[in-house]
Design a protein around this ligand. Structure first.
Ligand code: FES
Length: 122
């Protein structure tokens, strides 16, 4: 089971939600399902509005590492993904801190998701 805690400056308090095993939905879909106010526009990895910071909390090897090509481009253009961070994600299983909620596939792990409530600002 995935355990996802959302914390946003535009939320009155943190909220933890659970996704059943095998759920392959995006982080943005999970947030929308639970009325978590992560900003979004395109929902297709191109605008950067859904920028979040993800911290892995369970001490295991992170699973949700794979970035889509659109996510790589958009994060890079916005200064949130450099060559070192990309190489670490692709070769050393160390996920980058910033992700796009509409591209991030939720896995069975415990994560903290931080966002500001301002589009494109973590
Ligand atoms: Fe546009 Fe996620 S909503 S990149």
């Amino acid at each position: 089971m995935a355990t996802v805690t959302f914390t946003g400056l535009n939320m009155p308090k943190d909220m933890t939600v659970y996704a059943v095993a095998g759920d392959t939905g995006t982080l943005l879909a999970l947030a929308k399902k639970h009325d978590i106010p992560i900003p979004f526009q395109c929902q297709d990895g191109e605008c950067g509005s859904c920028l979040v910071k993800v911290t892995y909390l369970d001490g295991k090897t992170p699973m949700a590492i794979d970035l889509t090509e659109k996510e790589k481009v958009t994060l890079s253009v916005n200064g949130k993904l450099n060559r070192d961070l990309l190489e670490a994600a692709e070769n050393a299983h160390r996920p980058p801190p910033y992700r796009l909620a509409c591209q991030f596939i939720v896995r069975d792990e415990t994560i903290l998701v931080e966002f500001s409530g301002e589009p494109g600002v973590e």
